[in-house]
Design a protein around this ligand. Sequence first.
Ligand code: ADP
Ligand code: ADP
Length: 227
Amino acid sequence: MPLLRFDNVSKRYANREALVDVSFSVEPGEMLFVTGHSGAGKSTLLRLIHLTERPSRGTVLLADRNLGKTRGRRIALHRREIGVVFQDHCLLADRSVADNVGLPLLLRGLPRADTAKRVRVMLDKVGLGDRGGALPHQLSAGEQQRVGIARAVVGEPTLLVADEPTGNLDPTLSAEILSLLESLAERGTAVLVASHDLTLVRRMRKRVLVLDNGRLVDDIAPTELAP
Ligand code: ADP
Ligand code: ADP
């Protein structure tokens, strides 16, 4: 059973068709990209997954739950199951790196000692084991983005969605961030990355969904990508 399924999904804002009849599915642990020019509909597609928007037509299913029908308390439960990474990682400036990463766990009531333990493991995984006590501004841009990723996955989501996670980073750091996301996918978290950077995307040799003016115009398997 696919983890995520879009079935003939369309999304219309007031006067703009942002997604038109989009269908695809994602298997557990799969890593893939969604690409396309600015305005193609990438962010809208991600918003339908973390439920900041709902489809105008069609259905979005996560593990067979119809997200368009998720209401009230279930929205918060749903958001715990997915991790979200943004271009501007949105870290709390006056809290330490460790506090930022642990926040989602404390919010859901995990005891402090357990939270601290999981934060340590997570910071090690993203290569920031010795920076837990630092404030975000004391870290480089690439390190800050790794903190954002750590915070997104500390709750062990089944799906991680990332919107232009390398948007502010140079090519070397971008490649590092994408390999970090790849290693998460290898541990079983499905990872869906929106990026307009085709060169970077192609280099990863993963499945690529191509949006053009809200339409899914291509769904490229890794084997189709020329070396
Ligand atoms: P991308 O992430 O690929 O740049 P978006 O999903 O942000 O694309 O936008 C797709 C289209 O929908 C664009 O034409 C954009 O202007 C429009 N759009 C996005 N968000 C809104 C909104 N909240 N209200 C109205 N139009 C929007
Ligand atoms: P009740 O309707 O008695 O509250 P449950 O809470 O067990 O029953 O769930 C009812 C339905 O709600 C389930 O079939 C499931 O698809 C959906 N559901 C459960 N958990 C979530 C969640 N985290 N997000 C969205 N839907 C959920």
